[in-house]
Design a protein around this ligand. Structure first.
Ligand code: NAD
Ligand code: 89Y
Length: 377
């Protein structure tokens, strides 16, 4: 990663401004662009989208002069420190490998890949090219999730032994993201991936996993409900559950709720970002709502704030030559959980997620920063 950061500084020129380009100007990309605009020391110098209308709309809205419909052409013409890939999953591997072949560092949206093979190949390509690679896995950067992580790291409830990370909603995600209704896979790959990543962030590596999935909404192709039981190396048993079929009296999208029991107390992240800690000192509650960004749009505020935070983290890492918390290599662990959920549900058995790597060339699970990351990232 050192070389990636040096490249960034060298190419950033005398001003030290990091030069980025965004690929994919669709539904979610506006959040990326708003956040980049708010951050110091970075400039999005070019945009790329195969759809020229989307490209021009975004370029006009954000005042970006350089426009491309072909990423290969853009990488040939522009001197870039990084590309920010905000396309859907099918294009991730060719685009990541293209950027790596030009020695350009990469941020790639989730889901990073739809197979472990593709994910492994992208990590290998970036490592060979010595460029930084971060997966835009932003949910762990939400202010309330950060507050939970900080409280656990500070030992406020002692040693955690049980946890639940829960996302239940009936919010219509299909109008903004119609492709979500079409895929063979839905909630685990799209949203559960965030919730599983939060569980990894809070409780560390997973030894075993078992899961059930179901489809409640008849007008979509994939599953919209999942319930997962995991055993973590650090001694925590956790439940991860997610649903887009839960019609609650108070719609919570996109809030993730958390419960943790520890040897010295309990922690709860309730609705509306209320973090409660109960321990020998008493019971304390505070609200950890996302700040009001000038471009925030209800109900997306917590997600939008986490985009700003993860982009800021990327810039810090690039400048310091540090591996991002959700590097490509780290994300292999989250992707293995996604695959393990589908396999467990299909075969009705408990899965060892690390065993899913055995057919790939390294034959072993990737090493990734774990519990320590909660304290440092
Ligand atoms: P979208 O379909 O609205 O936009 C994708 C854009 O990429 C389209 O305009 C398409 O023309 C363009 N594109 C695709 N392949 C291309 C290529 N090879 N070269 C140039 N342009 C190309 O998709 P979206 O809803 O914006 O989602 C994009 C990604 O963001 C998805 O992977 C999705 O899961 C993710 N997402 C993440 C979050 C989050 O909180 N992290 C939230 C929503 C969506
Ligand atoms: O695509 C999803 C994501 O990453 O966050 C919420 C979402 O937009 C719909 O599930």
């Amino acid at each position: 990663m050192e070389a990636g950061a040096m490249t960034a500084q060298a190419k950033g020129g005398k001003t030290g401004v990091v030069r980025g380009a965004l690929i994919g100007c669709g539904f979610f990309a506006r959040n990326h662009l708003n956040a980049w605009r708010d951050l110091d020391g970075v400039e999005i110098v070019a945009l790329c989208d195969a759809d020229v209308t989307r490209l021009n709309d975004a370029a006009q809205a954000f005042g970006v002069a350089k426009r491309y419909t072909d990423a290969a052409q853009m990488l040939k013409d522009e001197a870039l420190d990084f590309v920010d890939i905000a396309t859907t999953v099918a294009s991730h591997r060719p685009l990541v490998e293209l950027a790596a072949s030009h020695g350009v560092s990469v941020i790639c949206q989730k889901p990073f890949a739809s197979t472990l093979e593709d994910a492994h190949a992208m990590v290998a390509a970036c490592e060979r090219a010595n460029v930084a690679l971060m997966v835009h896995e932003n949910f762990r950067w939400q202010s309330a999730i950060r507050a939970v992580g900080d409280a656990l790291s500070a030992g406020e409830i002692g040693r955690p032994f049980w946890g639940r990370v829960s996302f239940r909603s009936a919010f219509d995600v299909f109008s903004g993201q119609p492709y979500l209704a079409q895929g063979r896979r839905f909630i685990v790959e799209d949203l559960g991936i965030h919730v599983l990543d939060i569980a990894r962030y809070l409780f560390g590596d997973v030894d075993t996993l078992s899961a059930t999935i179901a489809r409640v909404n008849p007008s979509i192709n994939g599953e919209d409900v999942a319930t997962v039981l995991m055993s973590h190396t650090a001694g925590v048993s956790s439940v991860v559950d997610c649903s887009y079929a839960s019609r609650l009296p108070h719609e919570l999208f996109p809030q993730t709720l958390v419960e943790v029991d520890g040897s010295e107390g309990t922690l709860r992240l309730f609705a509306d970002y209320r973090v409660q800690i109960h321990n020998a000192l008493g019971t304390h509650e505070r609200v950890c709502a996302p700040p009001a960004l000038h471009w925030a749009q209800s109900p997306w505020e917590a997600i939008q704030d986490s985009v700003l935070r993860i982009e800021s983290h990327w810039l810090d890492c690039l400048r310091a030559g540090r591996e991002p918390a959700t590097s490509g290599r780290d994300n292999l662990k989250t992707l293995a959980l996604v695959e393990a959920v589908y396999l467990s549900a299909k075969e009705r058995k408990t899965i060892v997620p690390d065993s899913l790597w055995s057919h790939l060339d390294s034959g072993s699970a990737p090493h990734a920063p774990q519990m320590a990351d909660r304290a440092s990232a």
